[in-house]
Design a protein around this ligand. Structure first.
Ligand SMILES: N[C@@H](CCC(=O)N[C@@H](CS)C(=O)NCC(=O)O)C(=O)O
Length: 80
């Protein structure tokens, strides 16, 4: 856990063409949660298939949401 100490950033791994990413981006924005976004090109570069991204999200899909280095499942995120 020491490695997690001090890391509080919220990072959204996504892609501009991904509706799944837009859903999570909208939820974070509506809830006024500050976040950084890292682009994973799922179309041309197929970056979701890299080992580096697999370490972030084993399902190799976008989006992936990491809060303070802890990954969160995004499938059920709703903004209401
Ligand atoms: N259940 C996931 C589905 C994620 C998903 O299907 N993402 C698509 C983009 S919207 C994706 O990463 N496609 C790339 C691929 O399948 O290789 C969610 O709702 O977040």
């Amino acid at each position: 856990m020491a490695a997690l100490a001090g890391e509080t950033r919220t990072i959204l791994y996504g892609f501009w063409l991904s509706s799944c990413t837009w859903r999570v981006r909208a939820a974070l924005t509506v809830k006024q949660i500050p976040f950084e976004e890292k682009s994973i090109d799922i179309v041309k570069k197929r970056s979701q298939l890299t080992d580096e991204y697999r370490a972030v999200n084993p399902s190799q899909k976008v989006p992936a949401l990491v809060i303070g280095k802890i990954p969160f499942k995004t499938d059920n995120i709703k903004y209401r």
